[in-house]
Design a protein around this ligand. Structure first.
Ligand code: 2F8
Ligand code: CA
Length: 155
């Protein structure tokens, strides 16, 4: 019986991996990631992720930060600002208190030097055009940018 259960579990995991990969999701260390081909505001980007059974990406380790930078860098654009990519980070509720979309506070930070600076009116987190580890910036939530969704594998 145990053997049969293991076979079923293995087949369903393989099937999940196959189906998600077909739909443009990339598997990395237990989660699936999706990078958009179009640009939207931060809220509309988040809504798109929710519709896909996911949410904007939450970055909780250096490995995940590096992986997300790689995904973002795959989008080639000429104008630097256009390569900003939304992540699941904002300080809309309380200025200066940055939170992930699940309500948690930051445990790792990868801000660019001088960021976040709230220039004008900037409450939403992006990965900026530079492809270095420290590439987070705060940008205007109404700007239209690419975005990255993250979906947990069902447990
Ligand atoms: O110099 C940092 C500054 O660069 C841009 O503004 C000129 C960024 N704006 C966008 O990416 C839209 C600021 O967020 C950033 O702080
Ligand atoms: Ca900024």
């Amino acid at each position: 019986l145990l053997f049969i259960l293991q076979v079923i579990l293995s087949i369903s995991l393989r099937l999940a991996l196959h189906l998600n990969t077909e739909q443009g999701w990339v598997y990395f260390r237990g989660d699936f990631y999706y990078i958009s081909h179009i640009k939207k505001s931060w809220s509309d980007s988040r809504e798109d992720c929710l519709q896909r059974g996911a949410d904007l990406v939450i970055i909780s380790s250096t490995e995940e930060q590096v992986q997300t930078v790689i995904l973002k860098s795959a989008r080639v654009e000429t104008k630097l600002f256009r390569r900003n990519t939304w992540i699941g980070l904002s300080d809309t509720e309380e200025e200066g208190t940055w939170k992930w979309v699940d309500g948690s506070l930051l445990n790792s930070r990868y801000w660019r030097t001088g960021e976040p600076n709230s220039l004008g009116d900037e409450d939403c987190g992006v990965m900026a055009a530079n492809d270095e580890e420290n590439c987070w910036n705060d940008a205007n939530c109404r700007d239209e940018n690419f975005w990255i969704c993250e979906k947990k594998v069902e447990q």
